[in-house]
Design a protein around this ligand. Structure first.
Ligand code: ADP
Ligand code: TRP
Length: 325
């Protein structure tokens, strides 16, 4: 199985991003071949550049630090930055030349923007074609993505199938592997954790700040004595992300018995989260102190990714008459 996924450099990852996405990508790194890249070309369509010209560069580097600190192993998987493989942009044009307008007009990011009466950039409109080129350039057959990206994988399959139909077998048709929704992580207000709701706890938060946020998790005001159902309780759900099975069972039993305060559960949550995240936090600090090592990893990743993308681009160029076969 050849696995590939792109991660947008959107800033500091929170617990939801880790359990809902990053961890699941990393778990696939031991497959036959795994490619992970930081999608800086896609981020260019949304980046807030009022914050300075090197903002995207910094976010891209931070995303690499985050992934490496969280267990992405460059000896197992190829980690690189999207724009370091220019072959993909060329492949994107080859695909765009015969992409029906209607196919992209149906894509949700563009459609939503239009429906709000906002004007969209061509970059947003053609975003799914670049994503298709990303995938096809590495002969990926499995693409782990969140539910919101499934439509883009369908576009990729459509474009690949239609190219193969017209010019002969050239591209591998990929399948989406939808990330487990079971991992939906609640935020400090009990709603889904999300940057846009301001209810996040970051993975690399320093321990004191994290404990403070945990203490502020909103809970109901039922009396301490009352027994409570653990599974529907967001504090218990958060605890489960970090705890061992025995610790989960113990806390669930306490919930069912009643006679406890949320304050004490919050302390326990902060303890298990801290235990879980201490290693990655240290690893990140160490990598941050040695940026050259990270740059070397990305350079080696780009070299390996380019070799593959060059091979696939040639195949496509030969198939459609841009290069003698
Ligand atoms: P946000 O909602 O904070 O802006 P993103 O949309 O950037 O997060 O999410 C990036 C990835 O993290 C997506 O694949 C998404 O499915 C996953 N993710 C985000 N929030 C959560 C959450 N609360 N629970 C599970 N997964 C999440
Ligand atoms: N569009 C994806 C997202 O926003 C990121 C991405 C870019 C991607 N290219 C990709 C994901 C190729 C999977 C495969 O999350």
């Amino acid at each position: 199985m050849r696995v590939l996924s792109g991660i947008q450099p959107t800033g500091r990852p929170h617990w939801g991003n880790y359990f809902g996405a990053i961890r699941q990508y990393i778990q696939l790194q031991s497959e036959e071949k795994a490619y992970y890249f930081i999608a800086n070309l896609h981020a260019l369509t949304t980046i807030d550049d009022r914050q300075g010209a090197n903002r995207l560069e910094q976010l891209t580097f931070d995303a690499a630090l985050d992934l490496l600190a969280l267990g992405l192993d460059p000896n197992q998987a190829t980690l690189f930055v999207q724009s370091d493989v220019p072959e993909v942009s060329e492949l994107c044009w080859i695909l765009m030349a015969r992409t029906p307008m209607g196919l992209l007009e149906r894509c949700h990011a563009y459609k939503e923007k239009k429906s709000k009466g906002l004007s969209a950039d061509v970059g947003l409109f053609t975003y799914p074609v670049l994503m298709a080129a990303d995938i096809l350039a590495y002969d990926a057959d499995v693409v782990p993505v969140g539910e919101d990206q499934v439509q883009h994988i369908e576009v990729c399959r459509d474009l690949a199938a239609s190219f193969n139909h017209r010019f002969g077998d050239t591209f591998v048709l990929p399948k989406a592997k939808v990330l487990e929704d079971a991992a939906r992580v609640p935020g400090t207000d009990g709603e889904k954790m999300s940057k846009s709701y301001g209810n996040t706890i970051e993975v690399f938060e320093d321990p004191a700040a994290m404990r403070k946020k945990v203490k502020r998790i909103k809970m109901d005001s039922r009396p301490m004595e009352e027994p409570k159902a653990p599974d529907s309780d967001h504090l218990y759900q958060l605890f489960c992300l970090f705890a061992t099975p025995e610790e989960r069972d113990e806390l669930a039993a306490l919930y069912r018995r009643g006679g406890f305060g949320y304050g004490q559960v919050k302390e326990q949550l902060a303890d298990v989260a801290d235990r879980f995240l201490a290693g990655p936090r240290e690893k990140r600090a160490e990598l941050e102190a040695h940026p050259d090592r990270v740059r070397e990893i990305l350079a080696a990743g780009a070299a390996s990714a380019r070799a593959k993308a060059t091979e696939v681009l040639r195949r496509a160029q030969e198939a459609c008459g841009l290069r003698p076969a």
